[in-house]
Design a protein around this ligand. Structure first.
Ligand code: TNX
Length: 513
């Protein structure tokens, strides 16, 4: 009896000494998770990370190995020792174990993460849930470590699932081109915060960025410049597939957009026959909008769109193709409606669902259309009346290309300035009268690139607003408030720095030194 208590005192003393010297955090509730999980309970102990030298994946469960590998890679970086991943038919008692929960136990994309002294158990509702759990786990780890340090993960249980199933960001690769490596970095940013959709704005007046084999001049001519007259660029279909796969490994679906009938100057410059007057347009490198249109009453226009959508659908495992439809200021209203109606049928014929900017609500809207609210409430509510779902991207709240304030050296401000609090402080389900949670598919934060030319500039506009949009999409509105959020966000500053992310150091956030 006596012996045991002396021993336990010793153990306590040693562990206290350890916690002082290594600053071991054993309270899981202190971790600054973004997005904020549904529940976090702490059990006050620590899982020694070196025990993670084995990551097990449930045998026969599909899509989990990628998560194990991504986790292993990060743990190797931190600990300096190699981590093995393998499948197993029986749950281990030590290490990290990734498995699927019984379907009824958890909501879609949800997970339970249980960290105990010897075992870290990840149970996902699906492969996505497992990946998101791994992202949560990674946020418990230090941003940097030297290999001699012993790292502990605080023990406890997290249960979690998202408010919206669609949580996205858009990247405009048309105004300025971003190459494969840059897009992969953008994907990594989304993945860190459990976002699961990357919308690529692939075509606009200034550039056509996706190879279409049946219409090669789109990229040979239309892909050769960008805003400001730079050399532009495009993705070959092989490169595009590589992006789709890279994203899928991170549970992110790519939604490709072909913007039409306006925003089409690059295509109109590539093929004369797409113009009503049969004359090819000059390439365009300015930033005006609303001056171009496909010829809506020519048969060749629809042959062209059929080919483009057919090739794009074949590259797209996800269910959606985005048809743009915004700011077609030089297309007559009736022509616009006729055009959007025909294009919807083409997309449906190729087995995909439609997303379009809110103007498309002026057309008939077939089943399963999603209207992306960016500016016009009337259009959007009309869309809802016609049975559409809504994707929430209110420009005044969610546009990543809006300046933070009047001194921001990049960006635009036609929809206002969006400081970090203003970007965070809104609820998709109550922002617009007549649009409620039942109508909403999810949220998306678009980054237009008229003023954004390289990945450093992307980082500056995206961080630190992106984690806020991720939280809006993930965490119930009753659990969100700016004053508490900003203290969690403050702790991510070091994360951004360790990752080399150039971020806007908003004075509203109490960044940690
Ligand atoms: C409006 S948002 C546009 C884009 C511009 C953006 C700049 C939308 C559907 N159309 O063409 O790039 O503003 O903020």
């Amino acid at each position: 009896m006596r012996k045991i208590s002396v021993l336990s005192i010793l153990v306590i003393l040693v562990s206290m000494f350890q916690s002082c010297s290594e600053k071991v955090e054993t309270d899981l509730t202190k971790t600054a998770f973004i997005p904020k999980p549904t529940t976090v309970t702490a059990t006050g102990d620590g899982y020694k990370l070196t025990n993670a030298s084995l990551i097990y994946v449930q045998e026969g469960a599909e899509g989990l190995l990628g998560t194990a590998e991504i986790l292993a890679e990060r743990i190797e970086q931190l600990t300096g020792s190699s981590v093995e991943t393998k499948t197993t038919s029986s749950p281990p008692s030590k290490g990290v174990y990734i498995s699927l929960a019984d379907k009824e136990q958890l909501n879609d994309q949800g997970y339970e993460l249980k960290i105990s002294k010897n075992l870290v158990s990840i149970k996902g509702a699906d492969a996505a849930g497992c990946f998101f759990a791994a992202q949560t786990l990674l946020q418990t780890l230090p941003v940097e470590a030297d290999n001699t340090q012993t790292l502990y993960i605080p023990t406890g249980t997290i249960t979690d699932s998202p408010e919206y199933t669609y949580r996205g960001a858009m990247l405009d690769v048309a105004r300025h081109f971003f190459n494969v490596e840059e897009v992969k970095q953008y994907i990594d940013f989304l993945a860190m915060y459990k976002m699961n959709v990357l919308h690529l704005h692939l075509t606009d007046d200034q550039g056509w960025r996706i190879e279409i084999k049946s219409w090669p001049k789109l990229t040979e001519i239309g892909g050769q410049t960008e805003v400001g007259g730079g050399k532009g660029g495009f993705y070959t279909q092989e490169q595009y597939k590589e992006l789709v796969e890279y994203a899928a490994d991170r549970q992110i679906m790519i939604v490709p957009e072909i913007d039409m009938p306006g925003h089409t100057n690059a295509a109109l410059a590539s093929y004369a026959e797409l113009n009503c007057d049969g004359k090819a347009r000059e390439l365009y490198t300015g930033t005006e909008v609303g001056f171009s249109t496909f010829c809506t009453d020519k048969e060749v226009t629809y042959q062209f769109i059929d080919d483009v959508i057919r090739e794009l659908a074949a590259l797209t495992p996800g269910p959606y193709i985005h048809i743009g439809g915004d700011e077609s200021h030089v297309t007559a209203h009736d022509d616009y409606v006729y055009f959007v109606n025909k294009v919807q049928d083409i997309v449906a014929k190729h087995g995909k669902k439609i997303i379009g900017w809110d103007e498309i609500a002026n057309a008939k809207l077939i089943d399963d259309v999603t209207v992306q609210f960016w500016a016009d409430v009337e259009n959007t509510t009309m869309g809802v009346e016609k049975g559409a779902q809504v994707l929430m991207s209110p420009a005044a709240r969610a546009y990543l290309d809006m300046q933070y304030d009047s001194t921001t050296h990049l960006g635009l401000h036609w929809a206002g300035y969006i400081e970090v609090d203003h970007g965070y402080n809104w609820d998709p389900a109550t922002l617009v009268e007549g649009i409620s949670k039942d109508n909403i598919l999810g949220i998306e934060a678009p980054l237009w690139s008229e003023t954004v030319t390289n990945i450093d500039e992307v980082e500056f506009m995206v961080f630190p607003r992106l984690p806020g949009y991720a939280e809006i999409g993930w965490t119930a509105p009753s659990e969100r408030n700016w004053d508490e959020y900003k203290t969690r966000l403050a702790k991510h500053g070091k994360r951004f720095e360790a990752l080399g992310i150039d971020y806007y150091k908003s004075a509203l956030v109490p960044w940690e030194e």
